[in-house]
Design a protein around this ligand. Structure first.
Ligand code: GDP
Ligand code: MN
Length: 408
């Protein structure tokens, strides 16, 4: 689950990271008021930032500087209501604008292969970091945190040296890097990213001094850990969640949309993975990962079919239910009813194993389902069905091509 910047800032501040103060505003007048109060506290200028769960706000015009209340109001009016990658901006953050000397990049992610938290840093932070990572991967420095002991001082200092930070900034940098690792553990994050980590000039009585400040904050929480963070779950932004993802979550279905043409309904995550593998081996591409959970409750089967058919790229559906104690004939009746309740129809291949599976297959064949005895056979039939004119007819009826999805 992604967090909005203002929430991420608060969580990072709670770990002691240097986060400038900020206000949240939902109207241009509130932006002006926030600017007035921040300037009264000493800010020379303010920065106004769109609060949306997508990256690249700066490039999209969602981050603006203002030197007066009037400029702030105008910037607020311009940003509020604008659309960034298809998302309408409803809130902005107003913060004192930093005098940036250098923009660094710092993040922590879970490196599954290494089974450790990986800290990444770059001297070339800012809005071009993706391009830097692509064209010059060695410009990204890396250090793995020890699972029990965290990031060692020597590792953090090594990063600071390689970033070419002034001596006085090495200790503060180490504390920030360790703070990211602490945040990862405390809040069960998949990712914490500060870009830019600004080396900023702070005015003093006799000139200015340098300081490191986190000027942006991006955090995603491990969905599987949300159960133990009700306070974080409460921060979920329902307005920005993909409607399909939201429907799936509310039905208790694990659903991940993919680019293929064969929708899959499976009970059990491992079986769902296997089903996807077999579809690929048979020459097809799965349109989703989907686990309806234990058993095969009729309401979940119906919800799953609805989710899958809402994807216009789907040209066939493969249902693979491992019944066990669940009665196959009940699952079959559920599937028939679920299919009948849909506005759209595609070829559906079913393989059910378990109690009364023969009866289930008979019922399903009578209802125009394609049945299969083995999973290999089911995958092959689904792949063949997806290539039938049936699928192309749906395509000609205007269901495809799919709209490109906004990337995060
Ligand atoms: P993002 O584009 O969504 O990552 O939004 P950021 O918050 O990272 O802002 C994008 C860019 O705006 C930064 O890389 C900076 O160049 C600039 N920016 C952000 N905050 C400030 C600030 O306080 N002062 C100045 N001068 N520039 C800022
Ligand atoms: Mn940023």
């Amino acid at each position: 689950m992604k967090l909005q910047e203002h929430h991420a800032r608060r969580l990072l501040a709670a770990q002691g990271l240097p986060i400038p103060p900020s206000r949240l505003a939902i109207t241009a007048d509130e932006v002006a008021e926030a600017a007035v109060s921040l300037m009264a506290e000493g800010a020379e200028r303010v920065v106004i930032k769109a609060q949306v769960l997508v990256g690249g706000r700066g490039k999209a015009g969602g981050v603006r500087l203002a030197a007066s209340a009037e400029e702030a109001r105008a910037a607020g009016a311009a940003i509020l209501g604008m659309s960034i990658k298809g998302i309408t901006v409803r809130r902005v953050l107003v913060a004192p604008a930093a005098r940036i000397v250098r923009e660094l990049y710092l993040s922590a992610v879970i490196d599954r292969a290494a089974r450790r938290i990986l800290v990444m840093a770059s001297a070339e932070g800012g809005v071009e970091i993706e391009e830097v990572a692509r064209s010059r991967p060695d410009a990204i420095l890396r250090a793995h945190a020890h699972p029990h002991l965290g990031l060692f001082d020597f590792q953090a200092r090594r990063l600071a040296l390689d970033l070419d930070l002034p001596n006085e900034q090495q200790r503060p940098f180490a504390l920030i890097a360790k703070g990211l690792v602490a945040t990862m553990l405390t809040d069960d994050c998949d990712l914490v990213e500060v870009n830019p980590l600004g080396l900023v000039e702070v005015p003093t009585a006799d000139g200015a001094r340098l300081e490191l400040q986190c000027l942006d904050a991006k955090m995603t929480i491990d969905d599987s850990a949300l159960a133990r963070h009700p306070d974080l779950e409460a921060l979920r932004d329902l307005d920005e969640e993909d409607p399909t993802d939201r429907a799936a979550r509310e039905e208790g279905i694990s659903y991940v949309r993919l680019d293929g043409t064969i929708g899959c309904i499976v009970n059990g995550a491992g079986l769902a993975m296997t089903t996807m593998d077999l579809i690929k081996r048979a020459g097809g591409e799965p349109a989703n990962f989907l686990d309806i959970g234990g058993g095969a409750r009729a309401d979940r089967v119906e919800a799953a079919l609805r989710l899958i058919l809402a994807d216009p790229g789907v040209e066939a559906v493969l249902v693979n239910i491992f019944g066990g104690i669940t009665r196959g004939d009940e699952v079959a009746h559920g599937l028939i009813a679920a299919r009948g309740a849909q506005a759209r129809d595609v070829p559906m291949v079913v393989r059910i194993v378990g109690t009364n599976s023969d009866e289930a297959h008979r019922l399903l064949s009578d209802a125009r389902f394609i049945t299969a005895e083995s999973l290999d056979e089911a995958a092959e039939r689904a792949v063949a069905a997806a290539r039938q004119p049936f699928g192309r007819a749906a395509a000609l009826a205007g269901m495809r091509p799919r709209a490109p999805e906004a990337s995060a």
